[in-house]
Design a protein around this ligand. Structure first.
Ligand code: GLN
Length: 471
């Protein structure tokens, strides 16, 4: 059975009476069962089918919500009441959520159906989905290629058509980088746009929930519905959400291009050529291109890794073998419970980051690393805001290359450098999107990134739909 890509087309199909929500649900479930990518780690089969039946009745009575037809996979770090949640870590083995994330509640209220749980890097730390307790995810575009990370399962699932929407989290690029590697749309909203209540914390001043989809319109409506005030997260803004449909004007936009990004020595030549021809195209259509100087490119990754590991070392202190999930079999007293549960429960990358975080926060080094990185964060924010004063968006590559091979990058620093173009938006707290730009001659997809000012999601989506007009 063919399922249309966009929500609007699925809704049309259902309304035509030629197919039901239950048929579509069954089709997705059978695709998940035969998939070989390891994107889904659990299917909520029975309840998804029951939900589909229930909502089908509402459709007949014309009482269904705005997200009818959406089958959503949840990254394994987003809470869904009474369902297992592990952040792809052994330390959360057997843990069940006692509540649903606010974002999840909001989409369920509009009749989206949660179809299962998606693989990711442990505690959202990684750029390849290789740091998972459940094993790596394969990129559906190439057997031995990574899907990117940390939301690798989410990107792969949407790319492979195992569900039409996936939620992910983006602390430094975990939505946009895998979206680029898998060839789908991926959005990280403004920090404070969507409640983090029910998202397992990694770097709390960076984390945001976001969405993967095949079309810009679907991403837009999901972000709009998930946005807004929440008593459970004091960092969420009460500003009105972006419009549920994208306004298309004939307006000409000012688009800023930080030169350092395009001149980055490790940027793949084909990716850069394709971006340059997109820039020419935009200019020919009357948009104004301004080349900008951004002298902080090389400081982005170090700033990000000092600050997020500091935050992670504190956020992950709660996993102690007593409160959640895994407890060592050798627990003898309180110290051995803590020490052994954590040693056995966390994977190597998570341990590396906890240690690094503790180091940058330790009394002798606090000012040299943590305070310094906070100051650099401020400089980066101010410079970025200044670039966005004269420009509606900044246009950047999403990733330096297309997806690499599973097992190819062994050195942690080289892995961290994969995030060079995406951490910028998180450091500055700004919304950003990755859109599929095309295919490389190696047949793998890659994306282009747009970044807008704080709470300028509407503009971000409007310009995105100019770049992906069919959606
Ligand atoms: N790849 C980055 C990291 O490892 C980003 C992760 C994320 O956004 N959650 O930290």
């Amino acid at each position: 059975m063919d399922i249309p890509e966009s929500l609007t087309d699925i809704q049309k199909l259902i309304n035509s009476g030629n197919t039901t929500l239950v048929d579509i649900c069954q089709e997705y479930i059978s695709r998940i069962k035969t998939s070989k990518t390891n994107a889904f780690i659990e299917i909520f089969e029975k309840e998804a089918l029951l939900k589909a039946e229930e909502i089908q009745k509402k459709i007949i009575k014309n009482k269904s919500g705005l997200l009818v037809g959406a089958f959503v996979g949840l990254k394994d770090n987003i809470c869904y009441k009474d369902h297992t949640l592990t952040a792809s870590s052994r330390i959360l083995q057997g843990f069940k959520s006692m509540f649903s994330a606010t974002a999840v509640e909001k989409i369920i209220n509009e009749d989206a159906i949660i179809i299962g749980r998606l693989n990711c890097d442990e505690f959202a730390m990684g750029s390849s989905n290789e740091n998972s307790f459940y094993g790596p995810v394969k990129n559906p575009n190439g057997e031995n290629k990574v899907p990117g990370g940390s939301s690798g399962g989410s990107a792969a699932a949407v790319a492979e058509g195992l569900c039409n929407i996936a939620l992910g989290s983006d602390t430094g690029g975990s939505i946009r980088q895998p979206a680029s590697f898998c060839g789908v749309v991926g959005v990280k909203p403004t920090y404070g746009r969507i409640s983090r209540n029910g998202l397992i914390a990694y770097g709390s001043s960076f984390d945001q929930i976001g969405v993967f989809s095949k079309t810009v319109q679907d991403a837009n409506i999901f972000i709009s519905i998930m946005s807004g005030n929440d008593n459970f997260d004091s960092t969420v803004s009460s500003r009105p959400a972006n419009n549920k449909t994208i306004k298309i004007s004939n307006k000409k936009f000012n688009i800023g291009i930080p030169e350092e990004y395009l001149n980055f020595e490790k940027l793949d030549v084909e990716v850069s050529t394709k971006i340059k021809s997109l820039i020419d195209e935009l200019e020919n259509k009357g948009h104004k291109i301004e080349y900008l100087k951004f002298p902080f490119l090389k400081y982005l990754v170090p700033t990000y890794y000092v600050l997020t590991t500091a935050e992670a070392s504190s956020n992950l202190a709660r996993y102690d073998g007593a409160h959640f999930g895994y407890r060592t079999k050798d627990a003898k007293d309180i110290n051995s419970t803590y020490e052994k549960s954590r040693s056995e429960g966390f994977g190597i990358e998570v341990k590396r980051r906890i240690m690094l975080g503790n180091f940058v926060l330790s009394s002798g080094y606090y000012d040299a690393y943590f305070t310094k990185a906070q100051k650099v964060r401020r400089l980066i924010k101010e410079k970025t805001e200044q670039m966005l004063k004269r420009n509606h968006v900044l246009l950047l590559p999403t990733t330096p290359t297309t997806a690499f091979n599973i097992g190819e990058i062994k050195d942690p620093i080289s892995m961290y450098l994969q995030d060079i173009f995406t951490v910028h938006a998180n450091i500055a707290g700004l919304p950003a999107i990755s859109l599929p730009l095309g295919k490389h001659s190696n047949s793998l997809p890659f994306g282009i990134q747009l970044m807008a000012g704080r709470f300028e999601e509407e503009k971000l989506f409007e310009i995105s739909s100019l770049l992906m007009p069919k959606n």
